[in-house]
Write a protein that binds this ligand. Structure first.
Ligand SMILES: [Zn+2]
Length: 574
């Protein structure tokens, strides 16, 4: 996800130069040295799991890892922190999510189905949006937005109709975003506001669903047809981003994350984040991936902090969207979907979002300027295009195919085995998304067949090739919770309990590497983050149980007790 995030962040947030210049970082380090002991201190520093008896933090960094005796001798005045048998790990590094979108959901009605939310029927959706208006005293005429409904999880197994929304909210424009982020449903008032009527034709690359035997819009708008709604929504919600900034950070920190990501960031948002950073408002690190349509302008912008944090914020590289989503059947495959695809008659393989030519140009521009690329790619045909663009750029620029540039293919969801080998050869790394096995595993088996579905986000195969895979939530597509991503990587259980590809199940240690050491590597931060080693940042998470020592199916019940960023506690469970 999601081109729309980027395309429609049209709001001009005006920051005065004064704001940007004032206040360098105000440090609030508890300067005392801390000695952690009597716990499972899992270092993640070795090939196989290894534990340290004691760890010393000093000035925000790890000063010592080793025996308790030696720690006590070297640091006799350290404040001793008894872990009481709990597990201390490197702070989680979020390989891919959307900080800004998480923030935006705080201004919308939550329409997720269990286990994320509680919506089970269309009636539940209607009741929730009606209650939202009443509880928040929203006047007539003002927009109401909802997010996360999934028609496949509703009892009725269909999208809502505009008239159903009209029946509870006739006087407000309403737009409800589908869980995929690639479509949504509007009521009559909203369709009118966007000038969408029976006379409106489907835009290129999108579709407006119609009522039976009529041209009258039914409410559902897909892909490019939803852009005007998303644009309006993001304009309205972005004005509130400063209000939700603090709680968004807290949400990440409460999940054990010490480095978060905004996975597709436009220039306004980059400016917003940097201004928050310069005002000393970041407790954890945030990296942004800048949107590809602004790559040229961004490369010329001396105010962008590429790759290096300034006051806990950096822009790591550029995000490209190469195709759509597999569950929305817009991901681009070499073999067709096995079930009907809306708006497609035959041989339906999904679609690329960019032409090969455009992709080639973007790769050349980025590689020429040593700008790290992060490409959203789900289907194998789309990954063929990514690999071709990589080869073409290397040839054009006379660069080695395997140069250490760490191009990351975000999702790599339906990568083929031969493509994984190509990744290895070219030093391209995958960032997987095993939460799909749970949320859409059953749907993928139906739409794509067992062979393709079972190889989704193949951590075990990537491990055999020595790839430095990561594993993400893509929040808001699935919940931020890294513990849940460990659970899905290790179990690969679907909603119905089917194991989606038993051979690709990761070990708990591999699943942990995907959000610690490997993630640090993918963002060129392996010297300062990802493992508990002397000299690295004192970024930690404390868990109530050790993921390597509980029954795999119970991993999801593990709780984050405390999150520590450079020696400071940024979250503590009551
Ligand atoms: Zn994303």
């Amino acid at each position: 996800m999601k081109k729309i995030i980027y395309l429609f962040l049209l709001v001009t947030v005006s920051f005065s130069c004064k704001d940007a210049e004032k206040k360098s970082e105000t440090k609030t380090t508890e300067s005392s040295t801390q000695l952690f002991y009597k716990g499972e201190i899992l270092t993640m520093a070795t090939k196989k799991a290894s534990y340290a008896e004691a760890l010393v933090e000093e000035d925000g960094k790890i000063a010592f890892v080793g025996s308790l005796k030696e720690a006590e001798e070297k640091y006799p005045h350290a404040k001793k922190i008894d872990l009481k048998g709990k597990t201390l790990l490197p702070g989680f590094i979020d390989p891919h999510s959307h900080f800004g979108m998480v923030s935006n959901t705080m201004g919308q009605v939550d329409l997720n189905s269990p286990p994320v939310g509680e919506v089970k029927t269309i009636g539940d959706v209607l009741q929730k949006i009606k209650a939202y208006k009443t509880e928040n005293k929203i006047p007539d005429g003002e927009w109401i937005f909802g997010w996360g409904y999934d028609e496949s999880q509703l009892k009725e197994k269909r999208h809502l109709h505009k008239k159903e929304i009209d029946s509870v909210l006739p006087d407000n424009p309403v737009y409800l975003v589908h869980t995929s982020g690639h479509m949504g449903v509007a009521n009559s008032n909203a369709l009118e506001k966007m000038n969408i009527s029976a006379a409106t034709k489907n835009p290129e690359g999108g579709s407006i669903a119609r009522l039976p035997n009529s041209k009258e819009p039914a409410g559902l708008v897909q892909e490019t047809a939803m852009y005007p709604f998303m644009g309006t929504m993001l304009q309205i919600l972005q004005k509130k981003q400063a209000d939700y900034f603090e709680s968004t950070q807290e949400k990440y920190a409460s999940n054990g994350i010490t480095t978060a990501q905004d996975g597709m960031t436009d220039r306004n948002a980059i400016q917003f984040f940097q201004s928050q950073a310069d005002a000393g408002k970041f407790k954890i690190d945030l990296m942004a991936l800048a949107g590809y349509t602004e790559l040229e302008t961004n490369l010329k912008d001396s105010l962008i902090n590429w790759k290096t944090y300034k006051n806990r914020f950096k822009v790591q590289g550029t995000k490209i969207i190469a195709d759509g989503s597999p569950q929305g059947k817009t991901a681009f495959f070499t073999e067709p979907f096995l079930t009907p695809v809306d708006g497609c008659e035959s041989d339906c393989k999904g679609l690329p979002s960019l032409s090969q030519e455009t992709l080639n140009d973007l790769f050349i521009l980025a590689y020429k300027n040593e700008n790290q690329l992060f490409i959203h790619s789900n289907g194998d045909a789309s990954m063929d295009m990514v690999i071709a663009a990589h080869e073409n750029a290397c040839k054009e620029l006379d660069q080695a195919l395997d140069k250490d540039r760490r191009t990351i293919v975000i999702h790599s969801q339906f990568v083929r085995p031969d493509q994984l080998e190509t990744y290895r050869k070219y030093n391209i790394e995958p960032s997987f998304f095993t939460n799909h096995a749970y949320f859409w595993g059953d749907v993928h088996v139906e739409n794509l067949g067992k062979e393709r579905a079972y190889f989704l986000s193949p951590i075990a195969s990537a491990e055999k090739l020595g790839l430095k895979y990561t594993n993400h939530s893509d929040a808001t597509v699935t919940p931020i919770d890294p513990i849940f991503t460990i659970w899905t990587a290790v179990n690969r259980s679907s909603r119905t309990g089917e194991v989606i590809g038993p051979d690709e199940r990761a070990t708990p240690y591999q699943a942990l590497k995907a959000i610690t050491t490997h993630a640090a590597y993918e963002f060129f931060e392996e010297d300062r983050k990802g493992s508990l080693e002397k000299g690295k940042l004192a970024d930690f998470v404390v868990l109530d149980k050790n993921p390597l020592k509980v029954e795999p199916v119970k991993i999801k019940k593990i709780q984050v007790l405390q999150t520590i960023k450079e020696g400071n506690t940024v979250y503590k469970r009551d």
